[in-house]
Design a protein around this ligand. Structure first.
Ligand code: 5RP
Ligand code: CA
Ligand code: CA
Ligand code: ZN
Ligand code: ZN
Length: 226
């Protein structure tokens, strides 16, 4: 299963990952950001429909200099006290949110179109791939239409969100540790897409579906094998 997933990611394909019954109970579509295209934007927007986010390894986040949104809010709360009152200390499924800032590439127009978002996502991956993280502000502006997520240091060892699972997949696949994830929503119920239907989508589209438990086990084995 994991080998199929890593091969698919290296071929620029989408992989589906369900986190766990003890967490969000959501399946995200995940793809390597370096392979992002406008066609994927269209497919993921229509077929997944959640929020497009870009998980970054904690190393890439540090190199880019992007903080957690909660850290920005805490610092800014001396000037804007409501930002302190909005403290997300009651998330029902996890201790901490992975949200960072939102960005657009400076080449984009509004930033929201499939062409624009694919450009922002792919260019950010290439910036990191080429070790040019210190030129972030030269090529990107904020706020924008692509949400960045900061993976925890050591990713899945310390937090078991799609953010960290996306980065674990990129690491195992030997890809730039910048990903895209988007939750699969259910058009019929207004809820998240049930796991069985996400599995069905994977079968119908020839995609790999993985559980978070299998992914984390594969990562632990990967680490053990050195
Ligand atoms: C951003 C989210 C999604 O759940 C996404 O999967 C990343 O978050 P997490 O790491 O908490 O799973 O909240 O749309
Ligand atoms: Ca849909
Ligand atoms: Ca989340
Ligand atoms: Zn607008
Ligand atoms: Zn998630």
């Amino acid at each position: 299963m994991i080998n199929e997933a890593l091969e698919a990611l290296n071929n620029g394909e989408i992989v589906l990952v369900f986190d766990s019954d003890n967490r969000e109970r959501e399946t995200d579509m995940i793809v390597a950001a370096e392979f992002m295209t406008p066609q994927y934007m269209t497919q993921i927007r229509n077929d997944a429909g959640g929020l497009f986010c870009v998980p970054l390894s904690s190393e890439n986040s540090d190199a880019l200099g992007v903080p957690f949104m909660t850290d920005i809010m805490e610092i800014a709360s001396s000037e804007y006290p409501v930002l302190g009152e909005l403290n997300p200390n009651d998330i029902p499924y996890d201790e901490k949110s992975a949200f960072s800032i939102t960005v657009n590439h400076r080449k984009t127009f509004t930033g929201i179109t499939d062409n624009d978002r694919a450009c922002t996502i792919k260019e950010l991956a290439l910036l990191c791939k080429n070790g040019k993280q210190n030129e972030f502000g030269k090529y990107f502006r904020a706020p924008g239409h692509v949400t960045l997520l900061r993976a925890a240091k050591g990713h899945v060892i310390n937090r078991k969100g799609h953010t960290e699972m996306s980065i674990a997949l990129m690491e195992m696949a030997g890809l730039t540790e910048v990903a895209v994830c988007c939750e699969m929503m259910d058009d019929k119920t207004g809820g998240s897409l049930p796991t069985e239907e996400a599995k069905k989508y994977a079968e119908e589209h020839g995609l790999v579906f993985m559980s978070g438990a299998d992914l984390i086990k594969a990562y632990n084995d990967f680490k053990k094998s050195g």
